[in-house]
Design a protein around this ligand. Structure first.
Ligand code: NAD
Length: 358
């Protein structure tokens, strides 16, 4: 059988650091395992257009492995040509780059390594909140330039203590963010999610549920986005919703770029309506060189905490999701049932409630 993996190129870094498992060079550590079982393993980073390895090999692959960090976009059109495909495995968390409705229709299973990088992302969210609120990036840039003007930084630096923080989505990552914020003595922790937290969990972090999104954002100094991308969240944070944000609020999005309207967020940051925007996810990846989120700043020349998509791909996370992919393949190849929390689409139906209410 053919197993196709679309991963990102790791170059010299991957040659020098074998723990960069999610790269084309290190192949999630699966080559020997798959070949010893007599399977063909094709690994490439070439994913765009009809001549890409992705489109060439998808026609007869039985298993497709992809990663959100360098997404191979499996569209409904490509599903029509993928006659042999039975299983899509996401090395990581977040399978929005796969057309999940088409997977349901074609009875192709979609699995993720649920939980594999949720702590990695939650840590990144807390870091991003802090670097925006404390105006860290311009302060560091000033030091690199050789300057020293404390007031230029301090005029837009605050404490996290006493602020209201809200998460859109309180699943594995959102909840871990709330847990990690508890010691900062925020004024209030809020969440918006159609699935309420279990009572005991909400009590542990003293989080209050807000059932209306506009109400949530209008109460928050800091908003963090931690829900999957699906039809109900694409463009959720747009010009109209941004109007309900407090002036000078901060927005952190490590969920998916397309949940935020690119131009509306950039305009809000530029005008100062948002004092900061940070995250690691982009509406197209790799992000084009001229993507407006790379350079937009608030009127005081700060407030941009954007980085490439890496919060969930620390070396610790890579080990967990590489092991998780192998576990999923083991189950598939030996006919064992999969761990339920990993199954996004089972045969012919959604098995998760996280990708939209239905
Ligand atoms: P999860 O399934 O545990 O939780 C998602 C939560 O979002 C669920 O509670 C669900 O009910 C909620 N939700 C869904 N639609 C919503 C909506 N319209 N409004 C409010 N809440 C909604 O998933 P998770 O492990 O917490 O991951 C969440 C997302 O984070 C992933 O789907 C992925 O897109 C992203 N992620 C990013 C990285 C990264 O490296 N940047 C890594 C892992 C995951």
């Amino acid at each position: 059988m053919k197993v196709l993996a679309i991963l990102y190129k790791g170059g010299d870094a991957a040659k020098a650091e074998p723990r960069l498992l999610g790269t084309v060079e290190n192949e999630l550590g699966l080559r020997q395992y798959l070949e010893s079982l007599g399977h063909e393993y094709v690994v490439s980073d070439s994913k765009e257009g009809p001549d890409s390895d992705f489109q060439k090999h998808i026609v007869d692959a039985e298993i497709l492995i992809t990663t959100p960090f360098h997404p191979g976009y499996l569209t409904a059109d490509l599903f029509e040509r993928a006659d042999n495909l039975k299983l899509c495995v996401t090395a990581g968390v977040g399978s929005d780059h796969i057309d999940l409705n088409a997977a349901v229709k074609k009875s192709v299973q979609v699995l993720e390594v649920s939980g594999s990088n949720v702590v990695s992302v939650a840590e990144h969210v807390v870091m991003s909140i802090l670097l925006l609120v404390r105006n860290f990036v311009p302060a560091h840039e000033m030091i690199e330039r050789g300057d020293w003007e404390v007031s230029q930084i301090a005029r837009n630096a605050f404490d996290l203590e006493g602020k209201v923080v809200g998460t859109i989505g309180a699943g594995r990552i959102g909840y871990r963010v709330l847990q990690r914020l508890v010691p900062f003595d925020c004024k209030e922790l809020l969440y918006y999610d159609y699935a309420p937290l279990p009572e005991a969990a909400a009590k542990t972090v003293k989080a209050r549920r807000v059932e209306d999104l506009k109400e949530l954002v209008s109460q928050c100094d800091i908003i963090t986005v931690n829900c999957p991308l699906h039809d109900g969240t694409r463009g959720l944070i747009n010009e109209e919703l941004l109007r309900h944000f407090k002036k000078g609020a901060y927005l952190v999005n490590t969920a998916r770029g397309a949940i935020c309207d690119k131009d509306a967020v950039a305009a809000a940051l530029k005008s100062g309506h948002l004092n900061g925007y940070a995250g690691d996810v982009w509406n197209v990846q790799p992000a084009p060189k001229d993507h407006v989120w790379r350079t937009t700043k608030n009127p005081l020349g700060g407030g941009n905490g954007m980085v490439p998509h890496y919060s969930g791909t620390t070396l610790d996370a890579q080990k967990r999701y590489a092991d998780g992919v192998k576990g999923i393949l083991d189950n598939y190849l030996s006919g064992k049932s999969q761990e339920p929390q990993n199954v996004i689409v089972g045969i012919g139906k959604y098995e998760t409630k996280a990708y939209g209410q239905r």
